[in-house]
Ligand binder design. Structure first.
Ligand SMILES: Cc1ncc(C[n+]2csc(CCOP(=O)(O)OP(=O)(O)O)c2C)c(N)n1
Ligand SMILES: [Mg+2]
Length: 679
């Protein structure tokens, strides 16, 4: 406890000396955290600690030097190699999973990690499963009183209690979220009162500044979880004597009386008092302990200040797997077509089946993806298997530990998948419609894509998210027709596939699953069952590398760069243009991140005229990136300005004529081709 407090003091000093760049303290939270550390098992249980959890991490085995290396941003910082702020704990050997800064997101990762343990215990086909879980392991998640207001907390609690997962929640309630007091944060001001009705949940409400009360509560809670009686929830009231962070001064909003009352509950003062009153330590003993602690911290500080810093030329490392490159020739595996031509739905479904048979670590979940959740129903009904039937038959073939429905909560789908992937399962999840991906955006933008980077390649979460996207549905309206790949292309660390044919979908999905990075796999709803993009199943090893465009049609005068549903519309426009003796090449990018710049450039050098056509709005669409790059790098090869074709800058309206006016049509592409050819 003292080591933790004195480390905070040292960091505050170093921050004032500009030797470190950020500080947030764990002061006031030490008693309950040491109690947790004494109860849980490092490298055995799984940990998703809050930024106040310095004392827990020390107790688990993170050293003061490790912590100070993070504070100075050293390249040897074991949590992140200088990528992440200090107090965002991470340690592979101790099973402390890299933490982020958004309050609440990690509760869902903890749920996924706990589920992973359960899945490993139930799927005997996974060869290395014995080394990946322990029958009585616990996943620990802690958060603040403020963070319990996040929707992700409630999503997590819901799933935890639905599945009765072996999860231990610790809410460190210091009465404030920065300056907002708990009664303005939590209805009734008492989070444990609110959660008591969750089924099977062991709930304890304690004074977390009292060490022995804390230890008893932690032991009881962990025993409950280890015995698999259900999840546990410990609500510990603590104090926050050092303000929220160094950027905050609590005197601005806390009365002196309140601060005095808190000071009287200081866990270190209370424990010191206990030792003295019971004759367990004299003042001299305590001074010796303090001197020991300070010596250790000073040694560690000297080492941390001298430790090597990351070189500027390493700034771009760890965005993606350094070992597995999905754009490499290793992912170029030839097709061995078989059977009759099938739709994109059919080939994606078969690819999922083949991959699930090949790799028992693959789990599939999402809304409505199972055939039937109730086992007695499954024997008498054909099964649902997704609102578009992409996952039909998977549950029946691979069981309900590997294929299951999630509650209607998109953040939880992606967040749980992250926790599972961290533990080396391979989640291939579905977001039912692109239009409803937004609750998961925080998980995608701040967690999924950042895990590897922020942890200096210590942790990764190569999840595949399949998402039906796009319009041309004649009646889809504003909430079943959205595009928006450019928004996700703007998230470093995410790969994006957007196939236009059934065979490409099969090849790119397999690459997505077998690669080691997070992939957003966009499936155009309008292309699911068209006859023009059908294909024969290309076999169970067929793969297409990312970043390899396909020339759908050759031509000399104008190049159309396109993807998704606009490939077919561009081909129709190209056909029309022939009547005016304009010869048009159509290049289908197939993947957006990475995209095949070499193919774009080589065709532009030849045609000298280019149109970029996509379904998404022209305004800030992904075409802007391509057009700007062509203008910037191929200016001397251009004979005409780069034209863009896409949707108008409005949502997709319901009435079909309006939809037609809003989304780009073949005639729009033809017009752009003709204008470009005129130069
Ligand atoms: C999603 C999100 N919103 C806002 C913030 C800014 N922020 C950082 S800590 C914090 C307060 C958290 O309070 P609480 O959960 O009670 O934890 P405490 O700091 O009191 O330990 C806020 C608002 C954030 N990090 N993440
Ligand atoms: Mg708080």
């Amino acid at each position: 406890m003292l080591l933790s407090r004195r480390l905070d003091d040292k960091e505050i000093q170093l921050k004032r000396q500009s030797e470190i760049f950020f500080q947030i303290s764990g002061a006031g939270h030490e008693a309950v955290l040491v109690a947790a550390g004494l109860t849980l098992k490092p490298g055995y249980d799984w940990f998703f600690p809050y930024y106040r959890d310095r004392a827990l991490c020390l107790q688990l085995g993170v050293t003061p030097l490790d912590m100070l290396l993070a504070a100075v941003g050293s390249k040897d910082d074991p949590s992140s190699g200088g990528r992440q702020m200090p107090s965002h704990w991470g340690h592979t050997k101790l099973n402390i999973v890299s933490g982020s800064s958004p309050t609440g997101t990690q509760v869902l990762h903890a749920v996924g990690a706990a589920e992973a343990g359960v899945i490993y215990s139930r799927v005997p086909e996974i060869p290395e499963r014995a080394s990946r879980q322990h029958p009585d392991e616990i996943t620990y998640i802690s958060l603040g009183d403020g963070a319990t207001s996040e929707g992700e907390f409630w999503e997590a609690l819901n799933v935890t209690c639905i599945k009765q997962l072996p999860l231990l929640f610790l809410v460190e309630d210091n009465g404030y979220a920065i300056s907002v007091p708990v009664e303005a944060q939590t209805a009734g001001g008492d989070i444990s009162r609110l959660v008591r009705s969750f089924p099977g949940l062991h709930v304890a409400s304690i004074d977390g500044t009292d060490f022995f009360t804390s230890l008893e509560a932690m032991r009881e809670a962990t025993a409950y979880v280890r015995a698999r009686k259900g999840p546990a929830f410990v609500h510990a009231r603590v104090i926050r004597p050092y303000s929220h962070s160094l950027s905050d001064d609590e005197k601005l909003y806390k009365t002196p009386a309140e601060r005095d009352a808190e000071a009287r509950r200081d866990p270190i003062a209370r424990f010191t008092e206990f030792l003295k009153q019971n004759g367990l330590a004299t003042d001299e003993d305590l001074a010796a302990v303090a001197a020991d602690v300070d010596r250790e911290i000073n040694d560690a500080t000297a080492k941390a200040l001298a430790a090597p810093k990351p070189a500027k030329n390493t700034a771009e490392l760890w965005l993606y797997s350094p070992d597995v490159d999905p754009s490499s020739s290793a992912f170029d595996a030839p097709a061995q077509p078989e059977g009759k031509p099938d739709t994109m739905v059919g080939l994606i479904n078969r690819t999922l089946k083949d991959e699930m048979a090949r790799d028992p670590r693959i789990v599939v979940f999402g809304e409505d993806v199972a055939d039937a959740t109730r086992r007695d129903a499954l024997t008498v009904v054909p099964g649902k298997g997704g609102v578009f039937k992409l996952t039909h038959g998977l549950q029946r073939a691979f069981g309900d530990d590997r294929v299951f429905n999630s509650p209607l909560a998109e953040a939880s789908i992606v967040g749980r998948a992250i926790g599972m992937a961290v533990r080396k399962l391979k989640p291939v999840v579905e977001i039912q419609f692109f239009d409803y991906i937004w609750p998961a955006m925080m998980q995608i933008r701040d967690e999924l894509t950042l895990m590897r980077y922020r942890s200096g390649n210590n942790w990764s979460c190569p999840v595949v998210i399949r998402v039906p996207i796009g319009g041309y549905l004649r009646g889809g309206g504003p909430y079943h027709s959205q595009s928006g790949e450019s928004i996700f292309a703007h998230c470093p660390g995410l790969r994006i596939a957007y196939p236009s044919t059934a065979v490409d979908a099969a090849g790119l999905l397999r690459t997505s699953i077998r690669c080691d990075d997070p992939v957003l796999f966009l499936e155009h709803k309008h292309l699911y069952r068209q006859t023009y993009n059908k294909g024969e199943y290309p076999g169970s090893d067929f793969m297409i590398p990312f970043g390899r465009a396909s020339l759908r049609r050759d031509g000399d005068h104008v190049l159309v760069v396109t993807w998704g549903a606009l490939v077919q519309r561009s081909l129709l426009a190209a056909h029309q243009a022939e009547k005016d003796h304009i010869s048009v090449a159509v290049l289908d990018l197939r993947t957006i991140v990475p995209y095949d710049w070499d193919a774009v450039a080589s065709h532009v050098r030849r045609t000298n005229r280019v149109v970029v056509a996509h379904e998404d709005q022209v305004f800030c669409g992904f075409g802007a990136e391509i057009a700007a790059r062509i203008a910037g790098e191929l200016f001397e090869h251009l004979d005409a300005p780069v034209r863009r074709v896409g949707a108008k800058n409005v949502p997709v309206a319901y009435y079909p004529d309006l939809e037609e006016a809003i989304l780009p049509q073949s005639s729009d592409i033809l017009k752009a081709i003709k204008e470009t050819a005129r130069y």
